[in-house]
Structure formats: structure tokens, C-alpha cells
Design a protein around this ligand. Structure first.
Ligand code: FES
Length: 255
């Protein structure tokens, strides 16, 4: 595996124009050192960073994604976009965990424009963490095809997850503690698993079958499921007429 001194991770950073970007700029002009792995996208607020952006970054070969925003209470917009970023971070980490990607490949941090040292420290820590995790996919023991199918299935689910978030995943108050407590709590986990996970696996099955007919064993191997789990997801797709079972070749295919 490409770890240790050989591996130079690719990290994409979405930095809020008003704070983290200023912190990164101050870090640069002050000549504080951090590894040269970061590529920066400047956004007007961390709340602008959608889950789809993070997944697309991973689909395009990034090994880590960083989001930098203003400290809670200091967002420059009345919508307090940094709380949206915090919710997005929690949900994205849940999704990454479900598709077998280490959620530590994503990090959200608050950095003000005067915190150049803090920016360098965070980037040093995060770069070391991503290097330790290894290249995306290889570090998780996923082959490139499985990684691509899982990321695409997750990306297709983003609009639906936004809907679930709006309807069912609303923390009671806008404080960082309340958000962290809510999104790491049992109720949010239960709702996420109940409403999101089965759709995610169905998407993965459909994407896999789009590449050609597969036996139940192939589906298990590609998606890391047991036979009964795989059939539990495939049979409803057969019932709904989206997938057909080819008896002669003992394979499932798109209808
Ligand atoms: Fe910086 Fe909203 S303006 S996080």
C-alpha cells in the first residue's frame, strides 16, 4: 500500500472567504509551514458546501476533504451557514461510513481570519491523518470499481438526503453542542438507517447491474453483503419491475 513517505495525499479544502480563507492567507504571509497537499476552493460561506461537493471531490480522486468556516456565532450571513455546514459534515460522515470510506477523510473546522497558526496546525494534523489512512479506496481495502459504484450511489442520494434532513433531522436549537449531540445521537442514527441506508444499497445494486447481469454471489462480493442481505435488497427491486431474474443463467439484470 502507498503509505508512509511514498504517499502524497490530495486534499481539497473549501474555505469560507471571510474567515478560513483569511486564516490560510495569514498563514502563508507569516510563512507558517504545512504540507503542500491542499488545493483550495474559496466559497462565500461554509454553508455553501453541499454534500454533493464532498462526494464529487472523492469521486475525482481526492484523499481528504477539508471545510473551513467561521466560528459559531460569527458567520457573516443571517442564515448562519456554518450550522448548515456542521449538519452537512455529520450526515456526510454517516454516509461515508455506510459506503465503507473512513469518515476521518473529511474534516470541518472553525478558523478565523486572524488564526494563521491555527490553520497551519489543523492542516498539519489533517494531512498527517490522511497520509496515515492511505490513498482513498486502497486504504479501506476497496477495489476501484467498488469504490466508484459506492460513491456514485451515494452521490445520487444527495437530493433525497437533503429532503430527509429538512423533514426529519432538525436539531432543537442552533448551538454547536446541540448539533453535535443531535447528529451523533441514537435517534438521528435510527432515522438515517431507516430512511437512507436501504435506498443507498438499492442504488448500488442498480449501478452494479447497469454494468451487466450479476449473480447473487457477485452482488454480495461487490457490495460486501451476505446472501440474505443481498436478496433482501434485490427482491423488492424485482417485485417493482426494476430488475429481472434470468433463471437460465442464474443472474439478475436490469429489466
Ligand atoms: Fe464564514 Fe458563513 S460566512 S461560515
Amino acid at each position: 500500500m502507498e503509505r508512509g513517505s511514498q504517499f502524497r495525499p490530495k486534499i481539497l479544502g473549501f474555505l469560507c472567504n471571510w474567515c478560513a480563507y483569511g486564516g490560510a492567507d495569514l498563514c502563508g504571509v507569516s510563512r507558517y509551514q504545512y504540507p503542500p497537499y491542499l488545493r483550495v476552493v474559496r466559497v462565500m460561506c461554509s454553508g455553501r458546501v453541499d454534500m454533493g461537493f464532498v462526494l464529487r471531490a472523492f469521486q475525482n480522486g481526492m484523499d481528504g476533504v477539508f471545510v473551513g468556516g467561521c466560528w459559531p456565532g460569527e458567520c457573516h450571513y443571517i442564515t448562519e451557514g456554518n450550522y448548515d455546514a456542521l449538519a452537512m459534515m455529520h450526515l456526510t460522515k454517516k454516509l461515508l461510513r455506510e459506503i465503507g470510506i473512513n469518515p476521518e477523510r473529511m474534516r470541518l473546522a472553525w478558523v478565523s481570519a486572524s488564526e494563521g497558526v491555527r490553520f497551519a496546525e489543523i492542516m498539519n494534523e489533517f494531512s498527517a491523518k490522511v497520509r496515515e489512512l492511505g490513498p482513498l479506496g486502497k486504504g479501506e481495502g476497496l477495489d476501484p470499481q467498488t469504490l466508484a459504484v459506492r460513491l456514485e450511489a451515494a452521490a445520487k442520494l444527495v437530493p433525497y438526503i437533503r429532503l430527509v434532513e429538512r423533514e426529519r433531522l432538525r436539531p432543537p436549537v442552533r448551538t454547536e453542542e446541540a448539533y453535535n449531540e443531535f447528529f451523533t445521537g441514537e435517534e438521528a442514527d435510527r432515522i438515517f438507517k431507516e430512511l437512507v441506508v436501504s435506498r443507498l444499497v438499492e442504488n448500488e445494486v442498480m449501478l452494479l447491474l447497469r454494468k451487466g447481469p450479476r449473480s447473487a454471489g457477485d452482488i454480495c462480493g461487490a457490495l460486501g453483503l451476505t446472501i440474505s442481505e443481498a436478496l433482501g435488497y434485490v427482491n423488492p427491486l424485482v417485485r417493482d419491475g426494476l430488475v429481472r431474474y434470468d433463471v437460465e443463467h442464474n443472474r439478475f439484470a436490469l429489466a
